[in-house]
Design a protein around this ligand. Structure first.
Ligand code: HEM
Length: 453
């Protein structure tokens, strides 16, 4: 195992990724089999250079170098072509804002995710998880991906916009969000930037879905302002109430709009993908499934899970943590240097793109023994403390660490417990699943059979 403390004189290994072609560099390898390609790179060096087209990009493979990038958010800022393409969709919110503005925005949005607020959102989670787990018919196959996306869309929408949000608005989010996420990803990986401008049916669908989401958010904001409700306990109320400690400033309607769009895009598909992977993994690991059932039965004794149960659902949380390790939804994200700097002894010019891949760290046998095996108990406290610091990053790190980490963990724990209390999710023999590294690391359709327990 690598140790967290490295001597100051450490000699970092640099490498150029093998397999580059004269013009395309490694773009074809990244396009065809990005997960396998990226996961092969730590064997070559601590800092690996690859070329996606003409530009070099850098992949730190050692957790210490990854930490250096994440904690130095001023020098390693969000940026580059991916951010520019995300701006027309997300506006200027937490994900797209540059370093200086991000600090102000984070101060304003953070209160919406304080523990006391999460306890209120958990009431929505409890209700929706219970509704989901009672909606299925015994032995009628379901598409787990679809169900988990519907569940997290309902939870997030209702936590954002108050609990009595009209059902048609939730349905609108459920319909539009996957189209926007898919279109945003297509645009992000299009090196020419021309795809979005072509008169394609997919582009028209994307434009329409984005316009509908924007209208829905505007309507929610207008309704809130007209209602005179004060604090409804939802995220929107917290955003309206937020006041910057340092400047006394608040957020404009447009800023609130952009934060809401950002939360919808960042919070729904990520949690749904990880939940889908958790069911997939449990279906292939009967011992882990039995341990989950035993915990859920012992803690809940047949009733629906409540927020207060979450700390006692420790195995359930370990299952989710392990699903996040094997299939981290945010499998790849980027930073761009704002000035010349040095990483692992290598000089990086300004505007260098740096890739951060939790997937690469999570699958590195030097960091996680038997990395391919699904072993929730590697997160038992006594074993977890052996894990090299900075090598487990499903929620990122530094000042841009996921603001919804506790929200997502709470939601997933309640969802797993509510469903596992009622159903055994039986895999359908012969089902083949290939991870789809898109905006999130999704499983695609996953049919399973809910068997009453
Ligand atoms: C299991 C579920 C989730 C995973 C794996 C996940 C992962 C991540 C990661 C890795 C980042 C950092 C990206 C970067 O550094 O560039 C991030 C940021 C973010 N996430 Fe999550 N996320 C999850 C759930 C959520 C939820 C439920 C919400 C909101 C309700 C949310 C909202 C955000 C926001 C707003 C950011 C940007 C934070 C900032 O830059 O200040 N996420 N997420």
């Amino acid at each position: 195992m690598r140790t967290a403390q490295q001597p100051a004189t450490r000699h970092w290994r640099h490498a150029v990724a093998p397999g580059g072609l004269p013009l395309a560099g490694h773009a074809l390898l990244m396009g065809r089999k990005p997960l396998q390609f990226l996961a092969s790179l730590p064997a070559h060096g601590d800092l690996v250079e690859l070329r996606l087209g003409p530009r070099p990009v850098y992949l730190p493979c050692h957790p210490e170098l990854v930490q250096q990038v994440l904690v130095n958010a001023r020098v390693y800022d969000t940026g580059g072509p991916v951010k520019e393409k995300a701006k027309p969709i997300l506006g200027n919110g937490l994900i797209t804002s540059d370093w200086a503005d991000h600090r102000r925005q984070r101060r304003l949005v953070q209160p919406a995710f304080h523990a006391a607020r999460i306890a209120t959102y958990a009431e929505v989670m409890e209700r929706e998880c219970e509704a989901e787990s009672t909606a299925w018919t015994a032995r009628r196959p379901i598409d787990v991906s679809h169900e988990m996306l519907a569940l997290t869309a309902r939870v997030t929408a209702r936590a954002l916009f108050s609990t009595d949000m009209a059902p048609h608005a939730v349905a609108e989010i459920q319909h539009c969000l996957p189209i926007v996420v898919e279109g945003a990803y297509r645009q992000a990986i299009d090196p020419t930037g021309l795809l979005a401008k072509l008169p394609l049916a997919a582009n028209r669908r994307f434009d329409d879905a984005l316009a509908r989401l924007n209208q829905l958010i505007d309507r929610m904001i207008d309704d809130y302002k007209a209602s005179d409700d004060g604090d409804r306990g939802d995220v929107l109320s917290a955003l309206f109430a937020a006041q910057d400690d340092e400047t006394g400033g608040t957020m404009s309607d447009q800023e609130i709009h952009d934060q809401v769009m950002t939360l919808l895009l960042a919070g729904i598909e990520t949690t749904a993908s990880a939940l889908t992977w958790a069911w997939f993994l449990l279906g292939r690991n009967p011992r882990a499934e039995a341990a989950l059932h035993a915990e859920v039965d012992g803690v809940l004794g047949g009733r629906a899970p409540r927020y207060a149960d979450v700390p006692r659902l420790a195995y359930t949380q370990r299952v989710f943590s392990e699903a996040l390790r094997l299939f981290p939804p945010a499998w790849l994200f980027t930073r761009t240097t704002t000035e010349a700097t040095e990483l692992g002894g290598r000089r990086l010019p300004p505007a260098s793109d740096v890739l951060i891949s939790p997937y690469v760290l999570h699958r590195d046998p030097a960091l996680f023994p038997r990395p391919e095996s699904f072993d929730p108990d590697r997160w038992l406290p006594e074993r977890a403390k052996e894990v090299t610091r900075g090598s487990y990053l499903p929620f990122g790190g530094g000042s841009r660490k996921c603001i919804g980490d506790v929200f997502g963990m709470t939601e997933a724990t309640l969802a797993l417990a509510a469903i596992a209390g009622r159903w055994r999710m039986r895999p359908i023999p012969g089902t083949k699943i290939r991870p789809r590294p898109q905006m999130s690391l999704t499983a695609g359709p996953l049919r399973m059979i809910p068997e009453p327990r």
